[in-house]
Design a protein around this ligand. Structure first.
Ligand SMILES: [Zn+2]
Length: 496
């Protein structure tokens, strides 16, 4: 038995000015790994592709990995990058195989295609109309009909933060192996509802996504091969952005339809709970100070979430609004993770550890799609540390995967230790802080450019959380997104 396993993952923020060339799909740049290199990179990690490798090995299958590309979210995927990966996957399947297992995102938009995943699957069906194809998708999938039309079985993450990537790979992979063994005949139904759940309200520890995902798990206990609700990714101005669901049963198409509709109806009923109320930044700063004053010493930091500029939602990670608010408020004993500014890092490296330096920090990238210009801020401090920015996750999300922040430096203003990085990474793992010599548990304030994923590895440290509205292409304000291509009407943008 021969199984083609591939990964092509990107969540596209169509408002983001951050480019998405092929090099972004490889940790540390270059071309994404293939073959034995890709297998060694992902074997033993908590990823969907890691699960595919384990499943195929236990089935005694020959494994072919034409490409394993995973990029931090950003703007439209460059056509050349897409063709590089898609053509390799199609070529491998054209060589002949018994099954295909794909670790995709579900919200990939390229310069040419609104539905990067659907287009890949359509091309694979041209190559081989009947080979079983199992697909693992992120919960932020913006689902298109082509995915359901061409895939054999689809499973989506059931957690946000995404700590079940591996299990999702197992769910999709097992459905395909059961088909190959003659033990199952996947029947799939999908659908969507005209709603854009807000990312800040999508956490799977919070209602209503908790209940939706619990019902998916219950359906799987009741016999569904895979049941998934996708909360969708709203910072994408594409026709099918928003909430969807897909259910795979063993041969019972009517039951798949019924269960899928039940999930969608449940989400629609609960739609108000997916709406997010934005707190003005000045109020957030006051509240953070009051919480720290009232908190017990040593109880952990008050976390300030800069949720408008999260690189794991396509943010530039260089807006200075929330950090500026902290500096203006004179917050002491604080750390900030992180500002993306490769130029500033080079200046700090040139100045040397221990040097006092004044920099124009952040704000290098304009955001024309939301009508904002980059606004750097002049910051003075001491260069506390310089490092290569490499680390391996040890927390529950993307467990064991390697990260590369590129050349990294810490600027200590006296009140705030600011981590400045050269490649995007979202702070969701304590390992990121270990790499830069900061113990976040002992800080009074901790600013994170994150929305929900920080909870995976850092939530247990925090004594309180304040969600701070800054600026950026992950803006929580739908009015700034000026939807032109999203199907209308859609809740809560339009009155329904
Ligand atoms: Zn996601």
């Amino acid at each position: 038995m021969k199984i083609v396993i591939a990964q092509m993952k990107h969540e596209t923020n169509t408002y983001s000015p951050v480019p998405t060339p092929l090099a972004r799909f490889a940790v540390g740049g270059g071309e994404p790994p293939e073959g034995d290199e890709a297998r060694a990179f992902y074997k033993g990690t908590g990823s969907a592709i890691g699960a595919f490798i384990d499943l195929a090995e236990s089935a005694g299958a020959q494994i072919v990995i034409p490409v394993a590309g995973n990029a931090w979210p950003s703007g439209l995927v460059e056509d050349a990058a897409y063709e590089h990966m898609a053509s390799r996957i199609c070529a491998a399947v054209a060589q002949g195989c018994d099954a295909v297992l794909l670790d995709l995102h579900g919200a990939m938009v390229t310069q040419t295609y609104e539905d990067g995943e659907g287009e890949l699957l359509r091309r694979l069906r041209e190559v081989n109309p009947s080979v079983p194809i199992g697909v693992a998708l992120d919960m932020h999938t913006n689902f298109y009909p082509a995915i359901a039309q061409h895939a054999t079985a689809v499973a989506g993450y059931q957690t946000y933060p995404h700590v079940d990537m591996y299990e999702t790979g197992q769910r999709a992979g097992r459905a395909i192996l059961a088909l190959l063994n003659g033990q199952a005949k996947p029947a799939m139904a999908w659908g969507n509802r005209p709603m854009l759940p807000h990312v800040m309200r999508q956490g799977s520890d919070d209602s209503p996504n908790r209940e939706l995902q619990a019902r998916c798990k219950q359906m799987e206990r009741e016999g569904a091969l895979c049941a998934s609700v996708f909360v969708g990714f709203p910072n994408a101005d594409i026709h099918n952005a928003g909430l969807s669901a897909v259910v795979v049963t063993n041969g019972d198409a009517a039951l798949a339809r019924r269960w899928c509709d039940e999930l969608l109806d449940m989400a629609w009923e609960l739609r108000k709970a997916f709406v997010y109320e934005i707190e003005p930044l000045a109020l957030s700063m006051k509240r953070a100070q009051a919480l720290a004053d009232a908190g017990k010493p040593g109880a952990g930091p008050v976390v300030l979430l800069d949720h408008s500029d999260n690189c794991a939602s396509g943010g530039t990670m260089d807006t200075m609004t929330v950090l500026g608010g902290m500096l203006d408020a004179g917050l002491q004993d604080a750390a900030a993770f992180a500002i993306f500014d490769p130029q500033a890092v080079q200046l700090m490296i040139a100045a040397g550890v221990g040097a006092q330096i004044t920099l124009s920090l952040g704000g290098k990238l304009d955001m024309p799609a939301i009508g904002l210009q980059g606004q750097p801020r002049t910051v003075s401090g001491r260069v506390k540390l310089v490092c290569d920015g490499r680390y391996r996750n040890f927390g529950p999300m993307a467990r064991g995967e390697a990260n590369d922040m590129g050349p990294t430096a810490v600027l200590d203003t006296g009140g705030v230790e600011i981590v400045v990085i050269s490649n995007h990474v979202e702070p969701h793992d304590l390992a990121a802080f270990v790499a830069v010599g900061i113990d976040p548990a002992r800080k009074r304030f901790l600013m994170l450019k994150s929305r929900v994923h920080w909870r995976a590895g850092l939530r247990p440290l925090a004594q309180a959380v304040v969600e701070c509205a800054g600026t950026g292409v992950c803006t929580s304000d739908y009015a700034m997104l000026d939807f032109k291509r999203v199907r209308r009407p859609i809740y809560p943008v339009d009155a329904m």
